[in-house]
Design a protein around this ligand. Structure first.
Ligand code: NAD
Length: 313
């Protein structure tokens, strides 16, 4: 199959591209190599994909001028490109332009692909809001610009499947961790600062937050399992994550155990929009996709620490 992956140089997009290549697909990727975090990390991710046979074009989805030159014979589109996370530096306009306008442009492009079997939108548990423990049919209550704009993008994609313009599904991911995790996220920061013996900035009260920390390999299992199931998943929203819940404190302890050092904490003020509890309800994913994530928190942290030591020191 010929597959387009947007956001291919990012954390999850690069893993997905590598898996698709290993499955024997032709993978083409686009990414604008945004400077939201160190571009060298994205270049490393992209190089790993290219080394396995992927092709990558530098292209910004906010801009329509270059996307019109892409081939229009894709069988699948996996849409990861986004302004992710709760960022102090990203404005509402950044979230809106990358997540909503970028998705609108990709939808216009997707319509030109006559053989398109499925548009796979990558969404987030942040769409649910401060608590994300629900099945896919509850009313979303996003509590951040990120959640609001990712919800809008999801609606725009599913508007196409609802109107039978093309088949589409939206996969809502839960706290993805593992090798290549973005540098501003919790585990990469814990590992980095922990190994250096520097204090970890903890948002006040967040040690009690509950999270479905899910290994990136388990997330990719779920994402690629939609291939060939387009009739089953068409117009569906599906949660992907682990049902195991851990507190942030347990996450800190897992890193301490793997690196063999204790980590000091520096308390920072609470962050607006920070989710209090996420636990992936994956009954639908189990039923439709046979989804069954198995990696434990400790195994995930071990893999991430090994990657960090090999690539970031
Ligand atoms: N990391 C998580 O825990 C998590 C959880 C839930 C959902 N998600 C979703 O997964 C997707 C990937 O997240 P990630 O953590 O890999 O982030 P990431 O920032 O590592 O990857 C996103 C990639 O998209 C690219 N990009 C951003 N705007 C673009 C644009 N306008 N045009 C082209 N490329 C653009 C970036 O350069 C980056 O390489 C996002 O859609 C995010 O909302 C992530």
């Amino acid at each position: 199959m010929k597959i387009l992956v947007t956001g291919i140089a990012g954390f999850i997009g690069s893993h997905c591209a590598e898996r698709l290549l290993a499955m024997g697909h032709s993978v083409y990727g686009i990414d604008n190599f945004s400077d939201y975090y160190d571009i060298n990390l994205k270049t490393k991710n992209a190089d790993a994909v290219i080394a396995k046979g992927g092709k990558i074009i530098t292209l910004d989805l906010r801009d329509t001028s270059s996307i019109k030159d892409l081939d229009t014979d894709f069988d699948y589109i996996f849409h990861f490109a986004a302004q992710p996370g709760l960022s102090k530096t990203a404005t509402y306009q950044d979230y809106y332009a990358n997540n909503v306008i970028g998705t609108e442009h990709l939808i216009d492009f997707a319509k030109k692909n006559e053989q398109l079997k499925l548009f796979v939108n990558i969404a987030t548990s942040s769409i649910y809001g401060l608590e994300a423990t629900f099945s896919e049919d509850v009313t979303p209550k996003p509590a951040s610009d990120y959640g609001v704009t990712k919800h809008k993008a999801e609606q725009l994609v599913l508007e196409q499947s609802e109107a039978s313009i093309f088949k589409a599904c939206s996969l809502r991911l839960y706290s993805v961790i593992g090798p290549r995790e973005r540098p501003e996220k919790m585990y990469t920061k814990l590992i980095d600062l922990g190994l250096k013996g520097e204090p970890f900035p903890l948002f006040e009260g967040s040690e009690k937050h509950l999270r479905s920390f899910t290994y990136v390999g388990d997330i990719i299992d779920g994402i690629v399992s939609v291939i060939g199931k387009e009739t089953t998943v068409n117009n569906e929203i599906i949660n992907l994550g682990t049902e195991a819940e851990y507190t942030t404190q347990q996450g800190i302890e897992a890193v301490e155990r793997v690196i063999g050092k204790s980590i000091t904490l520096k308390i920072k003020p609470k962050r607006k929009g920070d989710q209090l509890r996420t636990r992936a309800n994956i009954n639908k994913a189990r039923k439709l996709l046979g989804y069954n994530p198995q990696t434990t928190l400790l195994q995930s942290v071990e893999a991430q620490v090994n990657w960090y030591k090999e690539n970031c020191i």
